[in-house]
Design a protein around this ligand. Structure first.
Ligand code: FAD
Ligand code: SF4
Length: 454
């Protein structure tokens, strides 16, 4: 897929890949073998009928292609952009071993974008769905898990209210993933489709603070889906993490994406990024932070990661994009201290070098510190992207809810918790995972809630 030149794109927040035009999409779709027993479908957690939507594209029935995807996926323009297709549908495509897998994600993105551009009008948004059931359901959190569950329940005719703590919907899609990977207009258009099904979203509404689940029960809500994500940032617990210039990736990305600090002063929220930025971690969150820092004017951005490239959790595309843009990678390296000046401003990060040891419980080789390998790097900003946990705010207000040792909600595969009318799914159950996994959990919970209420 054509994309912005790295030299240009580090100066703007516009989307990096341009997306297929119609002819490019048809050309790619024509490569598909239309397998009788398509392995690609088995790799899609949303169970999209992949050959059927690709066939529609090759026959230029673009709107129908989108409809086929939407039969099972409520957020196709999002999934086409951020799903790890290389580990899912495309990994199983029969053409992978014969050259190059079909670009299923890019075709999905094309079909969804085509529909948003060509057949989207305000009129379409007049409620397209009939609310036929009396039961009220509360969905808490409007990330991919909550949006999917709410949409599927509304399609089944329930009255669904979605409570969201922030002033915008989308969860990580809005506050975490940057504009140049997932434009926010696209997310808002997808959300409009969901509200057009009759889902009512209440913003700035922190459940656990403004109202508890018990209060909502008193108001007649008959079932609850908790999809509050994993928004509590972890720190490393090393000296110096409280100096000025040290951000959690959460704060950094929320300022940039949700509050649009990259457009300051047009938007109110400022952000300070120095010339020399270190980002600790190597997941998607770390790559997004590093690439945002470059676009905000940093001269040098370094990823510091304790293992090797083979173990990096980020999508390969994101690692490649970061490297093309000039992000430096310091692998087998672990910070042990952050040093500041007498004004409390970060000046240096002290690291040690690692080697790989035996496999640990995650199945990856354990990083082992090399003796006397300590060294310092001059930095003026440090962004910590070493993972997130669950926010206790809501969970502390629900008596008797079973939690795991990591303080995630204990729920079965269908989202049922130990409390009959409370269901849960997405990152609040699994810990940080993927958009499609959260959507899958939302879908399964919608089925389970329907069964429970019937
Ligand atoms: P979230 O998306 O976290 O949404 C939870 C929502 O609940 C939030 O809007 C929050 O404000 C709201 N909330 C929390 N508490 C309350 C409360 N008490 N009351 C009301 N509302 C509340 N995955 C991919 O597949 N591909 C990627 O490329 C990718 N990149 C990522 C980049 C970043 C920077 C991050 C942080 C994650 C990324 N992920 C990616 C992971 C993916 O985004 C998450 O797994 C997914 O968003 C989880 O969805 P969720 O619905 O469970 O929670
Ligand atoms: Fe087409 Fe590949 Fe799926 Fe076969 S496995 S139907 S070639 S996308």
């Amino acid at each position: 897929m054509r994309e912005q030149d790295p030299k240009d794109r580090i100066n703007n927040f516009n989307e990096v890949p341009y997306g297929y035009d119609e002819d490019e999409a048809v050309t790619e779709a024509l490569r598909c073998l239309q397998c009788k027993n398509p392995p690609c479908v088995k790799g899609c957690p949303a169970e999209i009928d992949i050959p059927r939507f690709i066939k529609a594209i090759r026959e230029r029935r673009f709107s129908q292609a989108n409809e086929i995807i939407r039969e099972t996926n409520n957020l196709p323009a999002v999934c086409g952009r951020v799903c790890p297709q290389e580990d899912q549908c495309e990994r199983l495509c029969v053409l992978k071993n014969k050259g190059k897998a079909i670009n299923i994600g890019n075709l999905e993105r094309f079909a969804a974008d085509w529909e948003l551009k060509n057949s989207f009008s305000r009129e379409d948004l007049v409620q397209s769905n009939k609310i036929v059931r009396n039961e009220k359901i509360a969905v808490i959190g409007s990330g991919p898990a909550g949006l999917t569950c709410a949409a599927d329940l509304a399609k089944k005719g329930y009255q669904v209210t979605l409570f969201e703590a922030l002033h915008k919907p989308g969860g990580v899609l809005t506050y975490g993933i940057p504009e140049f990977r997932l434009p926010k207009d696209i997310v808002m258009e997808e959300v409009k489709k969901i509200t057009s099904l009759g889902v009512d979203i209440k913003y700035n509404y922190v459940i656990g603070k403004i109202k508890t689940i018990e209060k909502l029960r008193d108001q007649g809500y008959r079932a609850f889906f908790i999809a509050t994500g994993a928004g509590l940032p972890y720190f490393m617990g090393i000296p110096g993490e409280n100096f000025n210039g040290v951000y959690s990736a959460n704060e950094f990305l929320t300022r940039v994406n949700l509050m649009k600090a990259y457009k300051f002063p047009e938007y109110d929220t400022p952000i300070t990024v120095g010339e020399n930025v270190a980002v600790v971690g190597a997941g998607n969150v770390a790559m997004d932070s590093a690439r945002c820092a470059l676009r905000l004017g940093a001269q040098k951005v370094s990823i510091i990661y304790r293992r090797t490239e083979n173990e990096m959790p980020a999508r390969k595309d994101e690692i490649d994009h970061a490297r093309e843009e000039g992000v430096e990678f310091h692998l087998l390296t672990n910070p042990v201290e952050i040093i500041g000046d007498n004004q409390g401003q970060v000046k240096k990060i002290v690291c040690i070098k690692n080697k790989l040891g035996k496999l640990d419980s995650s199945g990856r080789p354990r990083p082992v510190a090399i003796e006397d390998s300590q060294f310092e790097m001059a930095v003026d900003t440090v962004i910590i992207a070493v993972g997130n946990g669950s926010n206790p705010l809501l969970l502390d207000t629900i008596n008797g809810l079973n939690l795991t040792s990591k303080k995630n909600i204990y729920a079965d595969d269908s989202g049922r918790t130990n409390i009959e009318d409370i269901f849960a799914g997405g990152d609040i159950v699994t810990g940080s995972a993927t958009v499609i996994a959260a959507m899958g959990a939302g879908k399964r919970a919608a089925k389970a809630i329907d069964k429970f209420l019937k």
